[in-house]
Design a protein. Sequence first.
Length: 474
Amino acid sequence: MLPCPIDPSAVTRRHFFRECGVGVGKIALASLLAGQVRGATPSSTPLKAPHFPGKAKRVIHLFMAGAPSHLDLFDYKPMLANLAGKPLPPSVIGGQRYAFIRSDAAVLGPQFKFAKHGKCGAEIAEMLPHLAQVVDDITFVKSMRTDQFNHAPAQIFLNTGFAQPGRPSLGSWVVYGLGCETQNLPAFVVMSTGSGISGGSANWSSGFLPTTYTGIRLRNQGDPILNVSSPPGIDQQKQRQTLDLIGDLNRQRLEAVGDPEIATRIAQYEMAFRLQTSAPELTDLRSESKETLALYGAEPDKPSFARACLLARRMIERGVRFVNIYHEGWDAHTDVIGNHKTNCGATDQASAALVLDLKRRGLLDETLVIWGGEFGRTPMVESNVALGRSLGRDHHPQAFTMWMAGGGMKAGYSHGATDELGFHVAEDPVHVHDLQATILHLLGFDHERLTFHYAGRDFRLTDVHGRVVRELLA
């Protein structure tokens, strides 16, 4: 054996990163400098090739937080109308327990009129007149099911594949796998238009992935991103000089210790500088035509779900990879009629407009639009005098409906079915992990191979579950 020129007891992790010719620090630094040599700006999310050519290139996820009622919007059940006021048979409920209602609670029939629409004959409620106009461009999945019963765990589960915070979100996995097409905006953007999100930032966290893959929250008022504006007395030249100095110091530190989070920090400083120009331009809707604003029902300076949907279209045009829009407020424990009238009124027009607008601009084929909540609602009524609740529905994880459009989905198609009471999935069940596997497949990924090694093992979005639902694919 050749003598070792270095005392092994003196070799530290820092020494390895500093001295090793192929050390992480030198690799990260070389990547950053290479971008500058080419005249580009450094990026910590460079473009990457998927496992195979995917039909979808980007995603807009319209998350209806709080859980819309499939029974009142998408899944018409005449039997519920016939049994209204009577308890469901015990054989249907089995051992299922609920948080706010008894298992023998009376049946609540469909609360809105339903009609068939389009060439596909999709049957939806009267509260969704705009969606009714685009059903031939949509895929309905009427056999969704989840493992989680409460809002926060169910939201986090649908977004990350795990019910507890700490795992990477779907948007983070997508950006990790594909990289970003823009250097002037974040790859993964999050907006909220409702009353708050039960699962919070865990829904768009990068988990144990590098923090550069975390979703960036855009605010509804003021600066789109906190601290994007320069303080008084600081002009662009002075700020550029300051960032250059900080960047040089960070690069020296990166080369010395090799911490990849320093590379992330450098890229984030540069992104923040570019956002001072790109974010105001993005969020200024006065450049949109009156016809487009009317299509969405959006006002340029008024925060709304409609404005967020129009911003989402503008983002994907500018190279943003993944957009989440959370509209909280669907948790109809009481007055399901009033709740759903309000929320459909706020979201229906813009959701349909997004599909129409993407299609007419030639963007729908490569953009996957997803609409839905974290679970469904019970066929039984919730009524609680002590809590002031009546004519509502409780949480229902066994069955719910989502819809998707574009990005390689089979248009004008309804998949799966529930039983005659809308309680259990009766045909072609689609678990949340199956949905995640299918989304990744549309983007060009084998969900079993898109992994990240952490804490001694490989992790993936679908954990050890999931299958691609090929019947949904065009």
